[in-house]
Each structure stands twice: as C-alpha cells, then as structure tokens.
Design a protein around this ligand. Structure first.
Ligand SMILES: NC(=O)c1ccc[n+]([C@@H]2O[C@H](COP(=O)([O-])OP(=O)(O)OC[C@H]3O[C@@H](n4cnc5c(N)ncnc54)[C@H](O)[C@@H]3O)[C@@H](O)[C@H]2O)c1
Length: 402
C-alpha cells in the first residue's frame, strides 16, 4: 500500500513555501495546465511512480503570524485568481510558532510568533512534539522537513566544540549554547523523529559533524544545500562548455537585484556572507584552475519584489590569447523557479527513503548550489548522476518501477 506522507516547511509563510503549497492545491483543483516538475517530465524519473503532489499534506513553522492565504497574497507571486480558488485550503494549513534564538540580527527583528521555551533543549522537545502530532493528526507514515527559512548569519564550523560531536551538541542544547542556531534545532528535531531533512537554504544546519553523525546513527536521509535555481544554475552549465572548448576563463562578474524578503535579509552583511559562500565555490572546481576574477554581488532593490534580475559578464581568452566576452541578462522569478524544485525534492527524497537509502542523498546534487558530499558542480554531471542512479538501482531495462 502507498505510504501517506507530509511535508513540514521551516519558513512556511515565506515566498517559496506559499508558492509551493498554492501550486499543489491548484493542481488538485485542476487549475494547473502543465506540470513544470522534472519528476513529471523526465521519462526516467517519471517511471518511479512518485507520490502525487496532490496527496502530500502540508504544514510548517514560521516566526511571523498570519494565515497562509494572507502571506501568499502579500508575496505577490501567485496569481490572485489561483489564490482565490485555493483560499479555503490555504487558510486551513496549520503554521506553528517557530524556533527563534533571540540573536538580535535581522531575522530576529521580524519575529512575532516564537516557541516560548526556556532553552534550546526545550525548543527541540517542542519541535519533536510538533512533528509527532502532525503525523498522528493526519495519519502520516512519515514527514519530510524542508528548510525554506530566511538565510541565517554566517558561521564558522571549525573549532566550535558544540558542532564536533553528538555529545557536545546534546550538552550545548542542555546549556542553551548560543552557538547552536535555529536551523540546527529543526535539523536535530527532524533527525530525532527519523524524518528526512532537506536544506534549500545556504545556512549551516545539518552540515556539522555532530548532526551528520546523528543522521548516520538514526539512519535518516538528508539533502542540501542552497537551491540552484537561477544564476548558479546557468553558471554551472556555461562553465563546463568553456572548459570543454579549452577557452580560458579570465573573469566572471555576476550581479543580482532582488526585492523580496529574502533580498531584505540578504541586505544584512552577516547573512549575505552565508549566501556568497555557496555562490562563489562553483567555478574553480569546474574550470580546474582559479586564476580568474570571480565576483558576485547581490543587491536589495525593493521595486523588483520576487522578480530577480541577474547580469553576468564573462571574460575569456581563445586562440593566440585573443580576448572575448559573453553577456547574460536573466530575468527570473525566484519563487516560481524554486517551487517545482521543492516538490521534486520532496518526491525523490521520499522515494529514496522508502527504498531504505541512508545518509546524504548525493544523487540530488543537481538541485543545489553547494551539494553536501558532492564536489563536482557541472550541472549535467550532476543530472546524469541522478538519472544513472535511478536507472541502475530501480529500473530494469527501461521497465517502470513497481
Ligand atoms: N527563491 C530562490 O530561488 C532560492 C534559491 C536558493 C535558496 N533560497 C533560499 O530559500 C530560503 C527561502 O526563500 P524565500 O524567498 O521563501 O524567503 P522568505 O523571506 O520569503 O521566507 C522565509 C520565511 O522564513 C521565516 N523564518 C525566519 N526565521 C525563521 C525561524 N527561525 N523559524 C521558522 N521560520 C522562520 C520568515 O518569517 C519567512 O516567512 C532563503 O534562505 C533563500 O535564500 C531561495
């Protein structure tokens, strides 16, 4: 019998989350003419008979307080016609008080609805309770926890005792160590309830030795990090082409403007640093050298809302050292690009988990800017890794998975 699954979003009232949930409800009402999911359109992935998106039960946490319909209206991403048609269902989605750590940063400044608890240990107890209650209320076999919350401040992992072992992390929870971030609390709760965990944000969460060890101990699967939706997506397609033609990269200047809440948070230098880290790592690995100038700028420009615009100037040399360049102007919609990826990730993560896979799902690297335990950034190598994995492990001679 097919298992019943749910998805709990950290940052459930955010732009991506509301776009995902409104889209899934629109599909259920027959309002979606075409699916933009790779899991629906690629023949290999389609053969897996993944959970229909209409059957996923949604919920989550946030630190702002409003209903999901109002939040979606405010984000101005999903067309009002669709929001009106799905209004009742959107209003029924339960969004619980989030885990906040009172760190005084930009995210803290918009906190309205946080779990009232005396310590980080007590917050994780509340989160574990939330997950178990959600499962039993909806009769779910398991839930997938997806981190879609604001990008957290930059942190160094090396040398911090709480991050290095399960024992240290546990005692950090007991002692309410300020070095344990809110993202780590959700990742810990997911692992402790044996819920697969996906980190779509650039924040450091499960990617510390303590939580990776705990994940292995509990036999949970995880995937991350930082969704590859726009500029880094095409960067990791174009750079392999330059490399394959032996064109020598001398510089890549990338600039972005965006005006949504994500952009507002990234306007804070300590949060921006987390994002820049995941965006800048890709080119030197693909090219095999790093003596070129790679600059990435992200500017908050409110009039744009979710309609992010990116410009790239790529300088390269060819035969006899001749200098040439390429210009790209990408006009994307951040949450519209991200939403189908979230549903693909939920469906595939659920499938691999049900098949008994454990640990980091490296085959999902193509969805991320900075994939855990996967060093090759070439998009088509990553995509081939996923389809090869599926074909070799689960499909026999072109026949569908049963
Ligand atoms: N849209 C894209 O293309 C894309 C690509 C890659 C990564 N991301 C990342 O995805 C994340 C979400 O993006 P978005 O555009 O939906 O952002 P958003 O600002 O619209 O939503 C984030 C939500 O997280 C909530 N939040 C903050 N702290 C929380 C906490 N402690 N607990 C629970 N909720 C909390 C906020 O209140 C907000 O509702 C960001 O980190 C962004 O950098 C986005």
């Amino acid at each position: 019998m097919k298992k019943k699954i749910g998805a709990l979003f950290v940052g459930a009232l955010g732009s991506i989350s509301t776009t995902v949930i409104a889209g899934a409800f629109a599909k259920k009402l027959g309002l979606m003419e075409e699916s933009y999911l790779t899991t629906d359109n690629d023949q290999t992935l389609k053969a897996l008979n993944l959970v229909p998106i209409e059957d996923i039960v949604f919920g989550g946490w946030d630190i702002v307080k409003k209903d999901l319909y109002t939040a979606a209206l405010e984000h101005k991403v999903v067309k009002e016609k669709i929001l009106e048609a799905t209004k009742n269902k959107l209003q029924e989605v339960v969004v619980l008080a989030g885990a906040a750590t009172n760190d005084g940063g930009i995210i803290d400044s918009f906190r309205e609805n946080a779990i009232e608890a005396p310590s980080r240990r007590a917050i994780t107890t509340a989160l574990i309770n939330d997950i178990e209650k959600f499962k039993s209320r909806h009769g779910l076999d398991h839930v997938i926890v997806v981190n879609l919350s604001s990008t957290d401040k930059f942190i160094q992992v090396q040398g911090v005792p709480e991050y290095q072992s399960i024992e240290n992390f546990e005692s950090g929870l007991d002692q309410d160590s300020s070095r344990i971030t809110f993202g780590m609390l959700y990742a810990y709760a997911a692992i402790m309830t044996k819920s697969p965990y996906v980190n779509f944000t650039p924040s450091v969460t499960v990617d510390i030795p303590a939580l990776m060890d705990l994940m292995n101990q509990k036999g949970v699967v995880v995937a991350g990090k930082d969704g590859k939706t726009g500029q880094t997506l095409y960067k990791t397609v174009i750079a392999p082409m330059l490399k394959a033609r032996s064109l020598k990269l001398t510089g890549w200047y990338s600039v972005n403007i965006l005006g949504n809440k994500d952009g507002e948070v990234l306007n804070s230098p300590e949060n921006l640093k987390t994002k820049i880290e995941t965006k800048t790592g890709v080119l030197s690995e693909i090219m095999g050298y790093d003596n070129f100038d790679h600059q990435v700028k992200i500017n908050y420009y409110k009039p744009r809302g979710d309609a992010k615009e990116a410009w790239d100037n790529i300088d390269f040399c060819g035969w006899l050292g001749e200098e040439m360049s390429m210009k790209i102007n990408w006009v994307g919609k951040d949450s519209i690009l991200a939403a189908p990826l979230i549903l693909d990730l939920i469906r595939l993560t659920d499938f691999f988990y049900q098949k008994g896979e454990k640990g980091v799902l490296t085959q999902l690297a193509c969805y991320f800017k900075s994939p855990y335990n996967f060093t090759n950034h070439d998009f088509f190598v990553q995509w081939g890794t996923l389809t090869d994995h599926v074909s070799q492990q689960y499909l026999q001679q072109g026949s569908a998975y049963v």
